[in-house]
Design a protein around this ligand. Structure first.
Ligand code: FAD
Length: 311
């Protein structure tokens, strides 16, 4: 869509249909991403109900306004020119967590760490793997986020999502077509609103102990003290991106404020004042050097959103 298509008048028209929904205009997005990078959104909407989401989707479809979904912003690189149209951001109004027996029902905006802690308090095991993943439940389903030999596909029972036309639909685990860092939502553009997670009864002490162990493992290996979007690249079959990058001599390699972490070569970090362009240039240089040396083209796991800056 061309830049001028989404005028302030159209956005204000949409605002009239959502009088009680939080909306901000020309909002810088760096504060909504764990990279701490990103230009402004024309408009950011914080939905508080599935009906809000359905209304936004049907109106953006009708008015041809571009729409981008943001969870906790922990797997995205928002470009320096920002995002045209509407950003639908899931946060605390969508962060409810409840349980029925061993089934947890969480809103798309609930943080994985909060679901892990909630599960441990109920004596439910199976979600410990997610304790250190800084995403929302919606973003985690979209990405099939995982760690330590588990991922969302192991625990999700069903998802309630809204279609690009604004219709509410339930997806079973089979419908979601989970694969490594993939779900059907990457193709069908439905918006995840609520997720049912099936766990098992466990021993509270054991669950907490496992969560503590995984947290320590993460803290010792990952540069969590610096802004990043986690692993920059997907795992190439049978290999580790971080090992290839390390063997290419790229640990600590820097372009502008973007740097290949010296602690874990699989992470690009914002070492201070990085622009999205710095990160993109660094990603391309890492891809080029690793491909030249090992014949492997690394595929980004981080999702690039928005548009480049004019200057
Ligand atoms: C320090 C660090 C460590 C990490 N460790 C891991 C790890 O161990 N394993 C792992 O898998 N990931 C890891 N990540 C990456 C990231 O946390 C996960 O991919 C997470 O699931 C992303 O969730 P999010 O809510 O932040 O999504 P976002 O980054 O906000 O969005 C990611 C994508 O999902 C889409 N999306 C978000 N919410 C929805 C929704 N409700 N409906 C439809 N689409 C949606 C967005 O449009 C975007 O394309 C790490 C990141 C960091 C910064």
């Amino acid at each position: 869509m061309e830049k001028n298509k989404c005028s302030r008048a159209v956005l204000q028209e949409i605002q009239k249909s959502l009088p009680s929904t939080r909306m901000l205009f020309s909002e810088p997005l760096a504060k909504y991403t764990t990279f701490k990078i990103g230009g402004p959104a024309d408009c950011i909407i914080f939905p508080s109900s599935v009906q809000d989401v359905a209304t936004v989707l049907s109106l953006t479809n009708e008015q041809q306004v571009p729409l981008t979904i943001l969870g906790n912003g922990s797997n995205v690189l928002v470009l320096d020119g920002g995002i045209r149209g509407i950003v639908l951001k899931f946060d605390k109004d969508f962060a409810g967590i409840r349980h029925e027996g061993a089934r947890i029902v969480a809103g798309a905006g609930a943080l994985l760490s909060d679901v892990s802690t909630y599960a441990s308090k109920q004596g439910l095991t199976g979600f410990e793997f997610a304790i250190g993943i800084p995403g929302s439940v919606g973003g985690a389903v979209f990405m099939n986020a995982g760690a330590y030999e588990s991922d969302m596909s192991c625990v999700v029972n069903s998802v309630t999502a809204v279609s690009p036309l604004g219709e509410i639909r339930r997806f079973s685990r089979q419908d979601i077509a989970f694969r490594y860092r993939h779900s059907v939502f990457q193709e069908n553009h439905y918006v995840v609103c609520e997720v049912e997670i099936d766990l098992q009864k466990g021993e509270n002490n054991h669950i907490c102990q496992k969560m503590n162990e995984l947290t320590l493992r993460r803290e010792s290996k990952q540069p969590i003290e610096l802004p990043s979007a986690g692993s920059t690249f997907k795992r190439p079959p049978g290999q580790f991106a971080g090992t290839l990058i390390d063997q290419a001599g790229l640990k600590g390699f820097k372009i502008g404020g973007a740097q290949v972490s010296g602690k874990h070569a699989g992470f690009v970090v914002n070492a201070g004042g990085a622009t999205a362009q710095d990160v993109l240039t660094l990603i391309q240089e890492v891809q080029r050097r690793v491909q030249n040396q090992f014949g492997v083209l690394l595929q980004p796991e981080v999702r690039v959103l928005g548009e480049e800056s004019d200057h």
